[in-house]
Design a protein around this ligand. Structure first.
Ligand code: 4AD
Ligand code: MG
Length: 432
């Protein structure tokens, strides 16, 4: 048996004397009774110190406790509906592991730059813990969704020799005298695994040297990218809808406590679980936007304000499909019904969160793909392996990428995606 009981398990130990190891969240004292709220990483528990029942050194040690000091508390587990978590510890012993120095993060308002400078400590705060717990649940939901549907996870390289998306947002590094890029996407690699495993996905960090300081952009973010053989753009959107519904449902079901800490109005997520997602074409979207007074011209990509306008009055995600070729990446399949466009979709989240998914059917025609690579002035040699997929048993296939942090920000209702990753990388931030 472990020497320590985890706070989350205390309810099962009513009446027993246990030892809890953790950190001091807060203390207070009122004459002959004093309290310490202890956080052990699985929960928080209030510990009650009664002077008349304690040996003098234990009682006196309470007064020395500072915020974030590490301690081992021994006490009797008492069920109490009024206590957070429904239990309290009646302290019988206290071992101080370390008295913490004055803790930089105080229970008051701090500026976000200060908090980000102290991200390694900020992680301990209740809202940050709740957000990252939701992230963890979403990651597990993603793994379960694909596992249950027979997908094989394919881990794709971070160091690459070919440009995955756009030349404009590459991080490059010296690779023994050659140039290597940090992956913008794992897509080109997962595509090649389709003939081996049919349904595959990758899930890992991706990198974009985005010179934008918006609430939706990180330079390092996590993306999950499924790819399915013999699936077209319609199949792709169906999969995205099932997937997003499942992930949101899992978070609502299993993270009720965390979402409450985050003061998330979960009723806003109910329609996402219950109602179908609408689809409109890019061309229709441009008409809608013009009708609303936007000066967008057909051919331009949709910006964040356009997306917000399209989402007005909608409480369920919206697919915008078949964008102009010029606005999208080289690998997308030309639309046979309108060759100015490609068979692709963006999934826009409600409540101002914007694009959470970009997906497409892939160009499976060798000649047309080569043409696109040349049009975009991409180095053809670097794609010879990718082109092989169109040489040896080419096939209709589709896939998409969902940004983890944007999705978690939406589910939790947090404004900025930088809080949805343990150590955010932003244009102006590389530490901690
Ligand atoms: O639309 P994107 O660029 O699509 C791709 O990378 C494709 N290769 C995916 C695929 O088809 N396999 O990015 C996909 C998603 C976006 O919808 C967004 O959620 C997220 O990745 N994303 C970012 N998240 C945070 N910070 C950034 N700078 C992001 N750029 C994209
Ligand atoms: Mg996109």
């Amino acid at each position: 048996m472990s020497a320590f009981t985890e706070v989350t398990d205390l309810k099962d130990h009513a009446g027993e004397t246990v030892r809890v190891a953790g950190w001091v969240d807060a203390t207070r004292s009122h004459g002959k009774v004093a309290f310490a709220v202890i956080r052990d990483g699985t929960g928080v528990v209030q510990c009650v110190f009664l002077e008349k029942q304690l040996e003098a050194p234990v009682w006196e040690a309470h007064a020395t406790l500072t915020q974030e000091s590490s301690v081992i508390v021994e006490g009797e587990v008492k069920l109490d509906d009024r206590a957070p978590g429904g239990v309290e510890l009646g302290v019988t012993g206290l071992e101080v592991v370390q008295i913490a120095e004055e803790y930089p993060i105080q229970p008051k308002e701090h500026g976000v730059d200060f908090l980000l400078d102290h991200r390694h400590l900020w992680l301990r705060s209740s809202m940050q813990r709740a957000g990252l717990r939701v992230r963890h649940e979403v990651q597990q939901a993603i793994a379960d969704f694909f596992y249950d549907r027979g997908f094989t996870r394919i881990d794709t390289p971070i160091l690459t020799g070919s440009i995955g998306e756009h030349a404009g947002t590459l991080f490059s590094t010296d690779y023994f005298g050659e140039n290597a890029y940090l992956a913008q996407t794992g897509q080109l690699y997962v595509e090649t695994a389709c003939p081996a495993f049919r349904k595959v996905y990758c899930f890992g960090p991706t990198f974009r040297a985005e010179k934008s300081k918006t609430r939706r952009h990180l330079t390092e973010f996590w993306m999950v990218e499924p790819e399915v053989a013999f699936a077209d753009s319609n199949d792709n959107m169906r999969l995205q809808e099932d997937f997003v519904r499942y992930v949101v449902g899992r978070a609502v079901e299993r993270c009720a406590e965390e979402l409450e800490v985050l003061e998330r109005d979960v009723s806003k997520l109910a329609p996402v679980i219950e109602q179908p997602f609408d689809r409109i074409s890019y061309t229709e979207a441009v008409d809608v936007l013009k009708g609303k007074g936007s000066d967008i011209e057909w051919g331009e990509d949709l910006g964040a304000p356009d997306e917000a306008m399209l989402m007005e009055g909608r409480d369920v995600p919206l697919f915008v499909h078949d964008y102009p070729k010029t606005a999208k990446a080289f690998y997308m399949k030309e639309n046979p019904d309108d060759p100015r466009t490609v068979l692709c979709d963006d999934l826009l989240a409600p409540e101002g969160y914007g694009e959470i998914i970009g997906g497409s059917q892939r160009e499976d025609d060798l000649g047309r793909l080569l043409e696109r690579i040349r049009e975009e002035e991409l180095p053809e040699e670097a794609y010879s392996w990718y082109l092989d997929l169109r040489r040896y048993g080419s096939f209709v296939h589709s896939g998409f990428g969902l940004g983890l942090e944007r999705t978690v920000a939406w589910i939790t209702g947090r404004h900025h995606i930088r809080e949805m990753i343990p150590f955010p990388r932003l244009m102006n931030r590389l530490t901690p």
